[in-house]
Ligand binder design. Structure first.
Ligand SMILES: Cc1cc2nc3c(=O)[nH]c(=O)nc-3n(C[C@H](O)[C@H](O)[C@H](O)COP(=O)(O)OP(=O)(O)OC[C@H]3O[C@@H](n4cnc5c(N)ncnc54)[C@H](O)[C@@H]3O)c2cc1C
Length: 385
């Protein structure tokens, strides 16, 4: 993929020299080569358009998209009618189909949201109702007996079963989106950081530079801001009113547990007013078990360290529904950072996907379920253009 990036850079220079960018312009520029920017590029690219994806990192997919649970959500939690709900419910089956057709590793594991005591049953009943209202397929409330048959090593009094939840190889998915875009002549240009954007009469002047400090300034008819954790900064270059809060999610790995002990993703019924879904159990495509992420608002620094104390904390929370766990099974692993529009005490905030100025589309606050929703987000943006 580095070679793709170099190829993109060569192309960019060739175009820049040939066209004299001050006079000519790109048709569409997408800022950010995460799963969202790449899905949009795959959806929009056509051989007769010049579509550029600018990425500040040495390769695509190194941002939020490389640090998440890789879960294909079913759309259970989000308020009815919200973009998060609609685009998650639409994106889930689209991704299963894309994965099946293109040999992208993916598994419909199913998920159980467990009530660990009778006081939590009302919460899962409400979730079930909410999920059904969103159009989440095939949700069912199951008894302790049914749950024990499905997952004999999980402890709960009842559960909400979501058969459409699963896991996907995000990097393979991003590679697929990129290949799709490139096959329609879109170009990925890495190591290019967008610094400033100004309105011109016939588009947007983008001021960017590479990691050697060389300037690449050019005009673009349409700009799509899919810059993840920096999407507010990019948006504010043009319309100035977004503020993202960074909310860190730590993960802990699980070792020393018999493989295959749990086959489905296990989530606790969410606590009221929690910024995340509660410490839960996910499984990766190699069958490895992982706990997390939790949710902690942090300063605006990309710090991915996981302190060792997290292992004991996660163990305490997870052992309630995973009684087979021992403290020594849990170890600090990785972390990701959510780009949240809502602060610690704010109510729910939806994705922002909006043309804030003619030909300038902002995608801000694309936290979970951004991966699941990515192909539906791309269609949504395509309809705006
Ligand atoms: C802990 C955690 C768990 C999650 N779990 C799930 C899950 O299980 N399922 C799910 O559906 N979603 C999940 N999500 C959400 C999902 O990961 C994100 O919604 C999605 O990855 C966002 O993709 P993106 O393309 O918007 O951002 P990114 O992947 O961050 O891409 C943005 C890109 O823009 C680039 N960029 C930024 N500024 C500039 C600039 N000035 N110039 C050029 N390039 C720039 C960055 O380098 C980056 O590569 C989770 C998120 C977190 C944090």
């Amino acid at each position: 993929m580095i070679s793709d990036a170099l190829e993109g850079m060569k192309l960019f220079k060739l175009f820049a020299a040939k066209w004299n960018w001050k006079m000519e312009k790109a048709d569409i520029t997408i800022i950010g080569a995460g799963v969202v920017g790449l899905a949009i590029a795959a959806e929009l690219a056509r051989p007769d358009w010049s579509v550029f994806i600018l990425e500040k990192n040495p390769a695509h997919g190194g941002g939020i998209s490389s640090r998440n649970s890789e879960v294909l959500h079913a759309g259970i939690y989000y308020p009815e009618g919200s973009l998060k709900a609609r685009l998650c419910v639409a994106g889930n089956p689209m991704l299963y189909e894309i994965a099946a057709r293109n040999s992208i590793p993916c598994k419909k594991t199913g998920k159980l949201i467990v009530a660990t005591n009778s006081g939590k049953i009302e919460a899962i009943e409400k979730l079930c109702e909410n999920g059904r209202g969103n159009g989440a397929e095939s949700l069912s409330l199951i008894s302790k007996r049914q749950m024990t048959q499905m997952e004999p090593h999980v402890q709960a009094v009842a559960a909400l079963y979501s058969p459409e939840t699963g896991i996907i190889d995000t990097h393979a998915l991003m590679n697929y989106f990129l290949k799709q875009a490139q096959s329609n002549k879109a170009s990925l240009v890495c190591r290019i950081k967008v610094l400033r954007i100004e309105k011109e009469t016939n588009g947007w002047q983008i001021f960017s530079e590479n990691d050697r400090g060389e300037a690449f300034d050019f005009l673009s008819g349409v700009v799509i801001n899919a810059a993840g954790l920096s999407s507010d900064i990019i948006a504010n270059m043009v319309c100035g009113h977004y503020h993202l809060h960074y909310c860190k999610g730590d993960y802990c790995g699980i070792s020393g547990v018999k493989p295959g002990l749990v086959g489905r993703l296990i989530y606790p019924a969410p606590a009221k007013d929690s910024a995340g879904l509660g410490v839960h159990l996910t499984i990766d495509l190699n069958g490895r078990l992982r706990l997390g992420p939790d949710a902690t608002y942090i300063d605006r620094v990309e710090d991915y360290t996981v302190v060792s104390e997290k292992a004991a904390l996660f163990y305490e929370q997870a052992r309630i529904f995973l009684p087979f766990l021992k403290p020594e099974n849990v170890y600090p692993d990785m972390a990701g950072i959510r780009p949240k529009l809502q602060g610690p005490n704010d109510a729910f905030h939806d994705f922002v996907i909006r043309e804030d100025a003619p030909g300038f589309i902002n995608l801000v606050g694309i936290e979970s379920p951004g991966l699941t929703a990515s192909p539906a987000i791309a269609r949504f943006v395509q309809k705006m253009i």
